[in-house]
Design a protein around this ligand. Structure first.
Ligand SMILES: Cc1ncc(COP(=O)(O)O)c(C=O)c1O
Length: 388
């Protein structure tokens, strides 16, 4: 019998699939493809981190952990945050270990939003932000940034988007897809908007360790910001642990308490062996992170130079592992550029509009791939641009 109506909720029916996935499907079955499309490290998780997970299994640690995560892991997260970001959090009441930064963002939004509350989402940005606001019953209000300003949001732009329903500002610095990072000064200005208007900052700091030129500052470390910041991070990017699905969130007790209720019912706890792995990563993995950072830095310098040399204007990204060159000079839309580059030269880049309408005119090229692959990709891309 055919069903007359869809069983799907309206807000799910109208949700668009990720623009990144859509584009990747086009590569299925192709050989000789070089991908600058992926948003994950090409490194394998450091061996001692993997070994810690194996040992935890050998020792029989195969049950649930506490809902908020292994106490030892939360303690280590608190120490790490204190050392690197100079902010103190109570491991017992202000930290939850989550299934990736992704879950942390989701439960943060679900914990703070009443129906119709607005969240300022600064585009171009990670694909999940606006959909997760919608799924939490909120309304994403898009604030566009532009190339002239190196994709950094200003207090004025935020001010224009505020209404009395605004509850929070979502910030990702260093940013995916642009790699831009706010300086401390620029962060202070965003923080002032939050303070003046009694808003929360949902700060996605997943790329905090992948910063190449400047010192990193956490939003929670700015004056009077700890109480209104939800600090999201994880192990996917710096420790090359995307597949382990492990992240964490730090916030004042009341907010963490609310988030924990959702986490408890929806997730129970993050995977136990992954938590043991992350514990080892925090204790001993900093030297691996340092090595990976050095390698990304070299690759960034190479790809930025190559893109500019072939006439695709590209600002120097301060962090993460993405470049966001402007392709307007080619006369192609970002989708046309990415599709034709894939068809003719078998190089995958992601159309900028996958990260919001303001990403049109750009493509995202990840440099989380080997130098040899990057060099070959740049040769092919130059040939593609020259032949247009
Ligand atoms: C800005 C940003 N936040 C969060 C995530 C998700 O991270 P996780 O693997 O920890 O869920 C990503 C992954 O690409 C990202 O780029």
């Amino acid at each position: 019998m055919e069903l007359k109506t869809s069983y799907l909720a309206k807000h799910v029916r109208t949700l668009q699939p990720s623009g990144i996935r859509k584009f990747f499907d086009a590569t299925a079955g192709m050989t000789g493809v070089i991908s600058l499309g992926v948003g994950e490290p090409d490194f394998v998780t450091p061996w001692n981190v993997r070994e810690a997970a194996i040992v935890s299994l050998e020792d029989g640690y195969t049950s649930y952990t506490a809902n908020a995560g292994l106490p030892a892991l939360r303690e280590e997260i608190a120490k790490y945050i204190e050392n690197y970001f100079c902010v103190s959090y109570q491991p017992e009441s202000e930290i939850i270990v989550t299934v990736g930064a992704s879950e942390a963002i989701d439960i943060a939004l679900r914990a703070i939003l009443d129906p119709g509350d607005e969240v300022l989402v600064i585009e171009p940005c990670f694909v999940s932000y606006a959909p997760l606001v919608t799924l939490a019953g909120g309304v994403p209000v898009i604030v566009q940034t532009n190339r002239e300003n190196n994709f950094k949001v200003t207090a004025e732009e935020l001010g224009e988007a505020l209404t009395e329903r605004t509850k929070a500002i979502m910030i990702c610095s260093p940013n995916n897809p642009t790699g831009s990072m706010l300086s401390k000064d620029e962060m202070e200005k965003v923080a002032a908007v939050a303070k003046d208007n009694d808003l929360l900052i949902l700060s996605d700091e997943i790329y905090a360790e992948l910063v190449y030129d400047e010192l990193y500052t956490s939003f929670a470390a700015l004056d009077d910001m700890r109480e209104r910041t939800i600090l999201v991070s994880g192990f996917s990017k710096d420790l090359a642990m995307t597949g382990w699905r492990l992240g964490f969130v730090c916030a004042p007790e009341e907010i963490i308490g609310g988030m924990l209720k959702i986490h408890q019912y929806a997730i129970m706890c993050a995977a136990t062996m992954a938590q043991y792995a992350a514990l080892e990563g925090l204790k001993t993995g900093r030297k691996d992170v340092k090595e990976m950072r050095k390698s990304y830095r070299q690759r960034r310098n190479f790809i930025v130079q190559s893109l500019n040399d072939m006439g695709l204007a590209c600002h120097n990204p301060e962090g993460a592992f993405y470049t966001f060159p402007c392709i307007e000079s080619t006369g192609l839309s970002s989708e046309e550029f990415a599709t034709r580059l894939l068809q003719t030269e078998k190089v995958v880049v992601v159309p900028g509009n996958a990260f919001g309408a303001g990403g049109e005119g750009f493509v995202r090229c990840s440099y989380a791939t080997s130098m040899a692959q990057l060099q070959e990709a740049m040769t092919r891309m130059k040939r593609f641009v020259d032949n247009l």
